[in-house]
Design a protein around this ligand. Sequence first.
Ligand SMILES: NC(=O)c1ccc[n+]([C@@H]2O[C@H](COP(=O)([O-])OP(=O)(O)OC[C@H]3O[C@@H](n4cnc5c(N)ncnc54)[C@H](O)[C@@H]3O)[C@@H](O)[C@H]2O)c1
Length: 341
Amino acid sequence: MSTQPLSESVLKTPILVTGGAGYIGSNTCHALAQAGFRPVIVDDLSKGHARFAAPFELHVLDITDEPKLSELMLHLQPAAVIHFAAFTEVSGSMRAPVDYYRVNVQGTVSLLRAMLAAKVKKLVFSSSAATYGTPIHVPIREDHPTVPINPYGRTKLMMEQMMADCRAAYDLDWIALRYFNAAGANPALDCGEWHEPETHLIPNILRAARGDIPALELYGTTHPTPDGTAVRDYIHVSDLADAHVRALRLVLEGGVGESLNLGVGQGFSVRQVIDAASRVLGRPVPLVEKPERPGDPPSLVADATRAMQRLGWSPKYTTIDSIIDSAWQWYQRQGFAPSQD
Ligand SMILES: NC(=O)c1ccc[n+]([C@@H]2O[C@H](COP(=O)([O-])OP(=O)(O)OC[C@H]3O[C@@H](n4cnc5c(N)ncnc54)[C@H](O)[C@@H]3O)[C@@H](O)[C@H]2O)c1
């Protein structure tokens, strides 16, 4: 990555952040502000939280509303867009695929049309390990076949394909960051992982450990993994946020169109994460075992070498204990009142 300082005019120009009131988007807005950028959020607050976006300019807007999005884009003339807004649950996408295609695919079509109308041709985008499907081997490199096994993963792959086509046709500069499992929190910030319903493992472990839910529901104990539970690569949200700032700098320099994995490169089974949490929290995690959720691959572990080379990035949180500890510190400050926006 180039270390050329960015000009004052680029730093003052807004960076439009869709989904910036959500978990990863809000953490990234803080990292952008810290790096001297001016994030401006577009979020319909369907899943995000106004208080996460509070320090920044927020436009409450559905990205599928192309006329309004286009009007805002023309008005703001951002230097680039970072696109987080999406429906994000694998299991939700199995139950309601049309909603996922509408928000993720149609929403990205609206966004691209609004960007092109305003001549904004720089995009960093949240993709996912779900684009790979059930891997043939782990760790997974970017050149691994992409055969998603659920509608969510298919929407993310389609979004990447749209961007590649837009590079060929309109010279769009883009980077898709394929995150593995985002986790953890920056305890100094108000924003953290808070989804309703929550389907992610670590926040549900914390809820069960604190007694906010009766027990953790552990889905799938017969996967072809050493202990039968699904193996995932957990990457800290602050490390993701840092990677976005670096990817933004690269797209601003221009000449890019590529997908990069973001993960630590270590896999932990659900049982290993529960054991680590019991150790870090110093208390047991009540759990009930449930059948496997459809659309869940047994093991997803990243080879993030390419992101390290291209972005000059490396994760700072490299142990599962430190990731869980940061999430716990943040969670302990939260009351259990999802409507507390
Ligand atoms: N959390 C993970 O482990 C993970 C892993 C891989 C990829 N991702 C991707 O990262 C991105 C952010 O994930 P997150 O965990 O922060 O999710 P999140 O639900 O916390 O954030 C998504 C945000 O998008 C907003 N949004 C949804 N639909 C919208 C619409 N139509 N118009 C405007 N805003 C809308 C929501 O209100 C929310 O604030 C998503 O694109 C997700 O697919 C997440």
